[in-house]
Design a protein around this ligand. Structure first.
Ligand code: IVH
Length: 686
């Protein structure tokens, strides 16, 4: 009986998936909506009745329903790089020249549309979608699988002769039709309409309720395949291959993708789409050129940010003119004062523009702005548009040039501008409201003290209620302080207090970054922490001692000296120390010599440590990382899916293999253990 039901369920799943594939991937309508819906309903009923046959990739999951409160952070199997941008033919020719210096033969390009959406990385294992992760910071992204399952053109199960395990990358987009339909519905419901497809796609993919995502009908274009077992030699071939596996491929007939033999032909493709893009049923913001041959791509390699074998040609931004109604000044977390233009609302690139950043006093002087001028505004990819120039022909003689303010608009303190810097600052860090709130928001943020449930709204609420006046006050907050506040429920108060308590175990380098010292970002904080080992030593370091540290320049050194000579900041640090935050680097077992003189090969994928971290750790412990297995190899750190040839060789040469788990135990690095177990650590003293 149960076998019979299982078969019935599986048959229904196959049938529905096939209709789905025909419709959303191949554009064929082979079944009526009514018949499709009744099959789906039958399947739903069977799945509810027999939950033992549940399958996360059943076509019924496409209608959503799963609620995700927090999207877990997931490490990409391969870093998600970005593309370098170009805006002119000359830059494209320079790109070709750079490549020709390295590749000594002729080569072809794959030309593709640059879809204007939100990047996504899909992992398939044994023919099934197992994970969908946003780009994030390129190394780690957010797991949005439940939402991505609702996108009909993304196969949940593959067909044909697919690779056992791979990641496939693409762009989630809104077609104009789906976007229009959504906005029409919102208008009808009295909801505010969305301004552009890209931002809406990006917001939608991170919604908690996947059934809302399902109702919005997102789409996806795929363009990159990543696997240790990739056996193709051309970028263009990727499209043929993945379409055999059931993915939607860009249309060759419509010239969505083209392989060309010269840069002139690539320019023709660019020019064609610059004119034709208005007719596309979705937004693109440029064209991507990729060196077609994969072995050439490998030879060219990548920088930390982008591959050398690809470039994006960005179409020129749309430009409009409008009235400059006023200039206001915003004060940021570090006291930086930014002039902002208030514009007469105008349509530009799918949004209504009301404000534009003017960046700083120099920019303001360069533009020679008068309130009442007609200005040209452009949107060049960034969210905030820019004023490009004044329409001088339209200027009235009665207008006078706007002058940069001299006092902080928020607290009245005199503004200063340091030599060599473009920005004006309000130096009243201790009592200027946006600086206080900004510094607290920075302190609690991700990659810093990472106190969950402490968003801008909470900071505002606590500041308004005089519960927070600086970052140290955070550690004096109690449950009883929070509970009387508007909109604070018991559960969120308990969680916030626990998260604050947990943050005391954050390592010194992050605490240092969290302090929000001007010019001390994540990397600089790491460098300083590793060099000086404790805040006491860092505070005493002279300008000379600071600049001696690799990559610490005078600007950073001056900023540090300024910060540590402010008594009020010292007072805050003293309090943070008393509350138990880490102000010293915990002694690390890993700077030992356990790998001294050893040649170590790293192979495969690792779940809890990045390859770079792993290599770092080996070197810090005296080992040498080598790329190929030979008789000189002493040890292989073997991750998941280690290269088969390496494995055979290692076995033949009788070389010790060490699993990820054993390696982590071996080095017993408290830093790694901490990042790994941060959420499972027990209660820490308050
Ligand atoms: S290839 C390593 N191809 O543009 C290179 N990217 O500005 C990976 N994008 O992060 C990207 N269409 O999100 C590639 N046909 C295309 C694309 C494309 C849109 C996006 C992608 C990327 C961003 C870079």
């Amino acid at each position: 009986m149960s076998e019979k039901i299982k078969n019935k369920i599986e048959k229904l799943r196959e049938q529905i998936s096939e209709y789905n594939y025909q419709y959303y991937v191949l554009n064929n309508s082979v079944v009526s909506d009514y018949d499709f819906d009744s099959l789906l309903k039958q399947l739903e009923e069977l799945e509810t009745k027999y939950p033992q046959f549940d399958d996360a990739n059943s076509p019924t999951r496409r209608v959503g329903g799963d609620i995700t409160k927090n999207f877990p952070s997931v490490k990409h199997g391969f870093p998600m790089l970005s593309l370098s941008n170009s805006y002119s033919k000359d830059e494209i020719l320079d790109f070709e020249k750079r490549i020709s210096k390295i590749i000594n033969s002729s080569f072809e390009y794959t030309c593709e549309l640059k879809y204007d959406g939100v990047a996504i990385s899909l992992t398939y294992e044994n023919g099934e979608l197992v994970r969908a992760v946003t780009r994030g910071d390129g190394e780690k992204g957010e797991d949005v699988t439940a939402n991505v399952r609702t996108i009909n053109s993304i196969p949940l199960k593959l067909r044909g002769n697919y690779l056992k395990k791979f990641e496939i990358r693409g762009e989630i987009i809104f077609s104009h039709k789906a976007f229009q339909k959504l906005n029409n519905q919102r208008k009808q419901d009295g909801d505010p309409i969305f301004s552009n497809p890209r931002n809406t796609a990006s917001g939608t993919i991170k919604m908690q309720d996947s059934s809302i995502v399902a109702s919005r009908k997102l789409d996806c274009f795929l363009y990159g395949l990543y696997s240790d077992d990739l056996q193709i030699d051309s970028s263009f071939e990727v499209f043929n291959l993945i379409s055999k596996w059931g993915f939607k491929s860009p249309s060759i007939e419509n010239r969505y993708v083209e392989k060309v033999a010269s840069i002139d032909k690539a320019m023709e493709f660019i020019n064609y789409w610059d004119k034709q893009r208005v007719h596309l049923p979705f937004d693109i913001d440029g064209i991507v050129l990729k060196v077609d041959r994969i072995d050439f791509q490998k030879q060219l390699g990548s920088t930390a940010k982008s591959p050398r074998w690809a470039i994006a040609y960005k179409f020129k931004a749309e430009r409009v003119s409008t009235l400059l109604e006023n200039i206001v000044y915003q004060v940021g977390r570090t006291g930086a004062v930014t002039p902002v233009a208030l514009l007469k609302p105008v349509h530009l690139g799918g949004t209504i523009v009301k404000r534009a950043s003017i960046h700083n006093a120099d920019q303001m002087a360069k533009l020679d702005l008068c309130i009442g001028d007609v200005v040209f505004v452009e949107k060049g990819g960034e969210i905030i548009p820019k004023i490009i120039e004044v329409d001088l022909a339209a200027r009235k003689s009665s207008l006078s040039t706007a002058k940069f303010i001299e006092q902080c608009p928020e607290c009245g303190s005199a503004l200063v501008r340091n030599d060599g810097e473009a920005q004006h600052y309000c130096t009243n860090a201790i009592s200027c409201p946006p600086q206080i709130k900004g510094s607290i928001e920075h302190f609690v943020g991700r990659k810093k003290m990472d106190i969950e449930g402490f968003g801008a709204e909470t900071v505002e609420l606590l500041y308004q209620n005089k519960l927070l006046g600086n970052i140290a006050d955070i550690y004096e907050l109690s449950y009883n302080d929070l509970i009387p506040l508007d909109r604070v429920a018991q559960k969120s108060a308990t969680n916030l207090i626990k998260a604050i308590k947990d943050s005391k175990s954050i390592p010194f380098e992050k605490v240092l970054f969290s302090l929000g010292i001007r010019h001390v970002g994540e990397t600089v904080a790491k460098k300083l922490a590793r060099n000086f080992k404790s805040i006491d030593v860092l505070m005493k370091a002279s300008l000379e001692e600071l600049v001696e540290v690799d990559e610490i320049g005078e600007k950073i050194a001056i900023s540090l000296r300024d910060y540590f000579s402010n008594e009020k900041q010292i007072e805050i640090i003293k309090r943070l120390k008393a509350y138990g935050l880490n102000f010293t680097v915990k002694e690390q077992l890993n700077s030992s010599e356990i790998f001294k003189g050893l040649n170590i090969v790293v192979s495969g994928k690792f779940a809890n440590i990045s390859r770079d971290e792993l290599k770092n750790v080996i070197e810090k412990n005296g080992g040498k990382v080598v790329s190929s297995v030979s008789s000189k190899t002493d040890l292989i750190v073997a991750g998941e899916n280690m290269g088969p040839s390496k494995l055979t060789k290692a076995q033949a040469l009788n070389i010790e293999l060490c699993s990820e788990e054993d390696f982590l135990k071996k080095i017993a690095d408290p830093q790694i253990e901490k990042t790994k177990n941060i959420s499972t650590q027990g209660e820490l003293p308050f």
